[in-house]
Design a protein around this ligand. Sequence first.
Ligand code: TYD
Ligand code: MG
Length: 456
Amino acid sequence: MAKKTTTFFCKECGYESGKWLGQCPGCREWNTFVEEPVTKKGATGARMMVPGGYKTPVVLKDISMEKETRIPSGSSELDRVLGGGIVPGSLVLVGGDPGIGKSTLLLQMCRSLACGGRKVLYISGEESLKQIKLRAMRIGEFSENLLLLCETNLDSIQGVIESENPEIVIIDSIQTMYREDIGSAPGSVSQVRESTNVLLQLAKGLSVAIFIVGHVTKEGTVAGPRVLEHMVDTVLYFEGDRYASYRILRGVKNRFGSTNEIGVFEMKQSGLSEVENPSEYMLNGRPKDASGSVVSCTVEGTRPILVEIQALVCRTNFGMPRRTSTGTDYNRMNLLMAVLEKRLGMTLADCDAYLNVAGGLKIAEPALDLAIVAAIISSYRDLIIDEKTIVFGEVGLSGEVRAVSQPETRLAEVAKLGFQKCIMPKVSLEGIRIPQGMEVCGVENVRELIDILKES
Ligand code: TYD
Ligand code: MG
């Protein structure tokens, strides 16, 4: 007997609980539980028979592999994040804040796929056909292979996909889709999960690649895309400041390629365009001969990117010093300032400090530590760091400078953009090829960094 009850779900991570909780034990967010009706199947006790009998396991060696086919999406940035193209039969989640450009990105992808002769179906539950047409007119010419559908009922979507048999399907967005046999409203955790489940079966069964759009929302009872991260093959997040023109597409999970890859786009009048050389883009408008500014090199996936780190350290006017950081971890900045205080005897306790990664990238890589330290010292002592100098390396708690990954890749990018001097960890220098004309200074601790900065 099926029994109707209600259960509480966390709308951030999908944690399930029999009663309401203030803080989610799964993701530690506060006030995220919502009540939803669920239908529980009654326990039968007896062992169920599987229709069609049991499957037999296969030996890994015996599985035949045809050459892996990937469909190029028409954008090299998107291909990179997907791990080399779209895999047929895969389920891809594209998450991001409302208005960031998810629909635009996917519509542009549809356009180039359709122009390449592939059958594409774009299903929108948010916009009318006219609205999609308006957007499409800004982007450019479309071919006849692109089919549009405005529908939110998943059962009829299933029917359309089965009868049309497209190669690629876009669902925009999953939070507007619903199945009638589930009692709760569209956008609720159980609807979002169930709808994704249906799409998963469709993708694997018909070998059609399905892209799902998921809005990241804090308000209301709409479930976030994190609820379905574990169900899909690939998770991409589209991020960036809505008011700045660049956008970053970040791979968070990928069953068919490496994660941490990023793609950089710029939002223009006629849709999104690729930024082929993000380093140049990020360093645009860098101040000359200013203290507190230094360039560093971070690696996102396989791609090195140069960024400018800015620090402003000044005496505080209040008892409590103010510290803020944009683009890097706030706690990491406090930790590095504590290292400077303890190991170099700098008195930073009565200083306000502001740190910024110019260009708006968010970077968690510890290889930026040494540059953050250099920027803070530069601002504190009013030392100007030469604009052709680059600094990277991880800093440990005793002030030691530790190795970073892929030093050679970083040096190559640094040389490509015309930098002449590189301050980096000494341990990373072993056995690597140094580009011609590049002066490399290996440092072992932060004190050596200060000495080099003072000399220049
Ligand atoms: P959209 O793709 O609708 O965002 P999402 O689907 O993630 O909610 O993006 C809409 C934003 O992009 C909107 O603020 C307008 C802007 N935009 C442009 O600047 N140029 C364009 O050519 C298009 C289509 C949109
Ligand atoms: Mg949209």
